[in-house]
Design a protein around this ligand. Structure first.
Ligand SMILES: [Zn+2]
Length: 125
């Protein structure tokens, strides 16, 4: 399952950062989810919730921020937010909003990125 490996990757990245910083607890995580990352955010959130049990990020508040799909059109040189055909959530069609062309290059919105984590350290008083 796509979401499972995504979730595992996110958790590994967070825990690695937490460890490097000698964290005792992760309190908050912000994850940027590209509009074209082809994942189901609810499903991702659910799997994350299961996988973080018994880790130091068990009680972390997980925030999701959606990143819009940005494209460059090969036909009319439009650059900006794309029109998405959402009928199939997992493989949306990306279209140029200006000329309806499907010949576009995706500039942004394909990735899932851990944007920010908030940790607690033993020394924090
Ligand atoms: Zn166009």
């Amino acid at each position: 399952m796509h979401e499972l490996s995504m979730a595992q990757g996110i958790i590994n990245a967070v825990l690695e950062t937490a460890e490097t910083n000698n964290a005792t607890e992760v309190t908050e995580v912000t994850i940027e989810v590209g509009r074209l990352a082809m994942i189901n955010p609810e499903q991702l959130q659910f799997i994350l919730g299961v996988l973080i049990e018994n880790t130091i990020m068990e009680d972390a508040k997980v925030n999701f921020e959606e990143i819009p799909a940005e494209i460059e059109c090969h036909d009319c040189d439009f650059q900006g937010e794309a029109v998405l055909d959402d009928s199939d959530h997992y493989a949306p069609l990306v279209k140029c909003p200006k000329c309806d062309s499907l010949s576009v290059e995706v500039l942004n919105g394909k990735d899932i990125v851990v944007k920010n984590i908030v940790i607690e350290k033993p020394d924090d008083t």
